[in-house]
Design a protein around this ligand. Sequence first.
Ligand code: NAD
Length: 497
Amino acid sequence: MHLIKGLHVLDSPDGLAIGRMRIGKTWSDGSSGRFLEIVSPATGARIGAVPLATREDAARAVEAAVASKPFISKLSVWDRAKLCQAVADRIEARSEELATLLTLEQGKPFHAEAKGEIAGAVTAFRDAAEQIKWLETAAFPLADGNKRAFNFLQPKGVFAVITPWNFPASQPCIYYLAPGLATGNAMVWVTAPTTSLIASKLMECFAEAGVPDGIINLVTGEGHVVGDAVVTHPGVDAIAFTGSSETGAIIAARGAGKPLMLELGGNGPTLVLRDADVEMAAGRIATGCFANAGQICTATERVLVHDSVYDRFAEAMVKAAGQVRMGDPFDPATTMGPLNNEPTAAKMDEHLDDARARQAGIVFGGKRMAGMPTSLHYEPTVVTNLTAESKLNIHETFGPVAPLIRFRDDDEAWDIIGRSRFGLSAAVFTNTIKDAFRWAESLRVGIVNINEMSPFWETHIPAGGAAGTASGIGRTGGRHTLLEMSDLKTITIDISR
Ligand code: NAD
């Protein structure tokens, strides 16, 4: 038994419930005979095992997807929409069970967060079903009166779908699986190792809903093994990846030449301007920092506060952090769970140590919480007087921290913002429309929320990384994802004979 990225490798399932892979019509334990043990970050209990798949298993999954292409290409848009609705129905029917597993495996509290995430997975399939039915394409007036031209959408073919552990149920469904099914693609899904049990349960829902074999396949194991095998397989036509910027760069290189959707890391700057409603801003920003224990790509990762309101704002943030409740993940009073895995908790330690070394003040929290079942429970943390060169300002932290940075004028704010290479989301709090738009139009990110926290998003509006940043390529959200996952085919016809 040894450790792979924080998970024990087992030579047998050791009596644990197995979250099986799905390859074509087969529920598979993989060919290695080895498994990854899943331990709950919330309770510390051993909750299951998933196959440690090989490159050969991944190749079989791609072959199953390729084999399903002729079948799925014959399904009409209405048939695909019906399948999406059937999947939504199955997830909805099993939502209590799915939310329970999500709480145990990912860590997020059942009432405050896990139930909402499962509802998000349901909505993903309902929205895709609706949107695909009304997605029109164009006919073109031409110079040549004997010709007509029009276009329509075709599936890209087989997608590699590779996803992270922070929203392991809703994110894969919203970003890729629902739009992928609606647009008629076949998919090989590689889920993050620490959240593979929930993926296997979702596969059961897809099968129960009647999604034909081979259209959605699931492979579990190490990303650099099975993910890489899928990305580089000649049967894979396109790649859809959500995860860290580092892995995204590897995938872009390994999958060179294939169409790419990359949703990567973020370090969303939030600005609190001199005329902001400080109390309102602190409440919303606290949610942006502490929701999902900060493990959101668009989380509020740094807050630039104008000098004139800094002290008042810091006080309000400490008050808001004091309202966060950690505890039994099934207690309705619990609002924040643990971090999902040790590398993420270690990054919090590292970034806070760096802040301390640079004389920042840790005015609330700042350490792992004592007396909890695992060491992954991190206190909601407020850091003041942070400097621009701090790791908290430059890098993605992905934990429950509100780093507050003081600025006096625009030049200073731009200098602080410019230290980070990310460009996913941002927020501006002000009561002056002119200032709101001045900032919103010039920040280099995919989405800016005015007087709302940086992670605010409804899943039909486009979001993604700004060009030239480390936050990705392409847009997800409603019809934009449907378009990204389709090829536009143009047909012309000569009607003179
Ligand atoms: P990660 O990059 O470590 O892993 C993501 C996925 O990639 C996992 O499924 C992993 O198994 C797989 N993988 C790892 N190495 C691979 C390789 N060489 N080839 C192919 N696949 C490989 O990221 P993570 O730690 O799971 O997730 C956290 C990151 O995801 C954060 O940076 C966060 O900002 C980002 N994220 C972004 C968005 C967005 O919409 N932009 C949404 C959620 C999370």
